[in-house]
Design a binder for this molecule. Structure first.
Ligand code: UDP
Ligand code: MG
Length: 160
């Protein structure tokens, strides 16, 4: 069934997307989920979660030497976040484009940060920067039983 879709399975990537505490507090959760949903990617994990400090530190470990690291950890743990995994061919790079540049003032209009934020330290959303980190971050934030494999009804209308 749908052999053309199965053929591209090895190209399917996962990306870890997170609405940061400012996005949750500002009531932007639906808006942000909507953008990935409307694009046509597949949601395979979703939860509201209060991130413990140790997890924030593990997630941000590559930024440990940066001056903004302590405030970044405070920010990420300052309230609930919405954790998501989205799947699809090319989803990692495409999600980064949908999110926009790190500094929201430089992010293009039409992107999440370009439309909804003004400051790097309050840039409302996270997205994995490579397929490898997509897998790493998915495994870090979700237990296996929390992810859902399913075939959206719209699949044959998204890919020929
Ligand atoms: N960040 C910050 N100040 C900076 C750079 C980054 O507060 O000068 C924060 C910001 O929340 C950013 C996060 O650290 O989203 C991770 O930085 P990265 O360079 O990975 O940016 P991203 O991949 O989120 O665009
Ligand atoms: Mg990053």
């Amino acid at each position: 069934f749908l052999p053309h879709l199965v053929a591209s399975l090895e190209q399917v990537e996962q990306t870890y997307i997170m609405v940061k505490p400012d996005g949750v507090q500002r009531g932007l959760v639906g808006e942000i989920i909507s953008r990935f949903e409307r694009k046509g990617f597949k949601l395979t994990g979703l939860k509201l979660f209060q991130c413990p400090k140790e997890l924030a530190e593990e997630h941000c470990k590559d930024l440990k030497t940066k001056s903004f690291y302590p405030t970044l950890i405070d920010y990420i743990t300052s309230g609930p976040v919405v954790c998501m995994v989205w799947e699809g061919v090319g989803v990692v790079a495409s999600a980064r484009k949908l999110i926009g540049s790190t500094n929201p003032l430089q992010a293009e209009p039409g992107t999440i940060r370009g439309d909804l934020a003004v400051q790097t330290g309050r840039n409302v959303v996270h997205g994995s920067d490579s397929p490898e980190n997509g897998k790493r971050e998915t495994a870090l934030w979700f237990k296996e039983g929390e992810l859902c494999e399913w075939t959206p009804a719209q699949a044959p209308w998204l890919m020929e």
